[in-house]
Ligand binder design. Structure first.
Ligand SMILES: Cc1cc2nc3c(=O)[nH]c(=O)nc-3n(C[C@H](O)[C@H](O)[C@H](O)COP(=O)(O)O)c2cc1C
Length: 383
């Protein structure tokens, strides 16, 4: 089923927006040039920082791309809960020779200013995380020719996105690396944010709304992309798989940790930001996660200097090592090569007579697409 969205790239492969530096213009440009859809992450940036990244990307490529925005957050936690957590982290600040950040930092992520820039100087796709935009916001972007996507983690959130007039939903399974895009973080209702697995969620969302679905969470191989397309998605959004690419702006220690046997598992945690996010289970996450209150972005601001100091000290044990459940399958391939390998694996998985092969993990720069799978045509025609 071709949609305005799927016509933006040759392959049904979206490089996930990854705030914190990973999805930089270099990565988005390389993915776009290889026939995927690249994304910039505006989260944690100022509106001007976002504008500069868009300009840099436009200087590198004429290919379509997306920009992801964080929805402004209501203050959820009581100050007292944040104070208790701050006291708990005092020893961590001493350990890394830094001070804790001010938890009363901004909660709106410069949202309105970013929207104003995106209306003035439109981009092909804008996606929203941590909530659904208003119908007026969606309409204002539609009028300037932008395709809008809302990240959802439940069928009810998908209904809200449809009501707001979004063009598509990004369905994020619990396997996903980084923050769960849950619209309202409610520990009473969701516990630690433990969500629904991707294949189940795709089916639930497809029965709830008519919108095209982009599937995200744990996807590392072309055969998995074939699986979510068979389940009704029009495209797959991959974060952790692209995190390991040389073009990704992720910290080198973060890239290495993805396939380091020291990190055997991932966990959903509020330890670093106050909102459930999936990361490699390192010391900080294990020691503090169970005590972290639902206080995003207060904890993000509070732990920011700690995480930076740990990175500077070369200690991944107190960095936020966001990763999806498939992290051990990460391949350190240049982004264009990764898109080509994924597309070839996808084509092989969709052709029943062709043996399905995967390029090896974790790092084999010489890995090439399986023989006899030269690459698919435009993905609208393949579905
Ligand atoms: C390091 C990192 C940062 C992320 N930052 C964002 C973000 O800024 N906005 C967003 O919508 N999703 C973000 N995500 C989630 C991705 O959009 C996507 O849902 C997820 O990466 C899919 O799971 P996977 O990592 O297993 O492929 C991030 C994921 C990672 C790994």
């Amino acid at each position: 089923m071709p949609t305005a969205l799927t016509e933006l790239s040759a392959h049904p492969i979206v490089q996930a927006p990854m705030a914190g530096g990973a999805s930089c213009p270099e990565l988005a440009a390389a993915v776009g040039a290889a026939g995927g859809l690249g994304f910039l992450a505006a989260g944690y940036k100022t509106a001007d920082g976002m504008r500069q990244e868009i300009e840099r990307l436009r200087g590198m490529t004429g290919r379509p791309f997306g920009v992801n925005l964080f929805m402004p957050q209501p203050a959820l936690a009581e100050d007292a809960a944040v104070d208790v957590y701050r006291e708990r982290l005092a020893g961590e600040a001493d350990r890394y020779g830094t001070t804790l950040g001010d938890p009363r930092g901004a909660t709106d992520d410069d949202y309105e200013a970013k929207l104003a820039l995106l209306r003035e100087n439109p981009v092909p796709v804008v996606s929203f995380t941590f909530g659904s935009p208003t119908a007026e916001t969606v309409d204002s972007l539609t009028r300037v020719g932008t395709c809008t996507v809302v990240t959802v983690t439940t069928a009810a959130e998908a209904r809200d996105a449809q009501e707001a007039g979004a063009d598509a939903v990004c369905v994020q399974g619990t396997e996903a690396g980084g923050h769960q895009g849950t619209h309202r973080d409610d520990p009473q209702r969701d516990g630690n944010g433990a969500g629904v697995g991707l294949l189940t969620l795709i089916a639930e969302v497809r029965e709830a709304v008519r919108l095209p679905v982009i599937a995200a969470g744990g996807l590392m191989r072309g055969a998995q992309i074939a699986a979510v397309l068979a389940a009704g998605a029009v495209a797959a959004q991959l974060g952790t798989a692209f995190l390991a690419c040389p073009e990704s702006g992720a910290h080198p220690l973060h890239k290495q940790a993805l396939t380091d046997p020291l990190y055997a598992r991932t966990e959903l945690t509020r330890a670093f930001s106050g909102r459930p996010a999936r990361g490699l289970a390192n010391r900080f996450l294990r020691e503090h996660g169970p005590y972290a209150p639902a206080a995003y972005p207060a904890l993000h601001h509070l732990t920011s200097p700690l995480r930076k100091a740990a990175a500077q000290a070369g200690d991944p044990q107190a960095m936020s090592l966001w990763a999806g459940q498939g992290h051990r399958l990460a391949r350190q391939l240049p982004a264009a090569e990764l898109v080509a390998v994924l597309a070839a694996e996808l084509a092989a998985a969709r052709a029943p007579s062709t043996p399905v092969a995967s390029a090896p993990a974790p790092s084999n720069p010489a890995a090439s697409p399986p023989a006899g799978t030269a690459g698919p045509g435009p993905f609208g025609s393949a579905s």
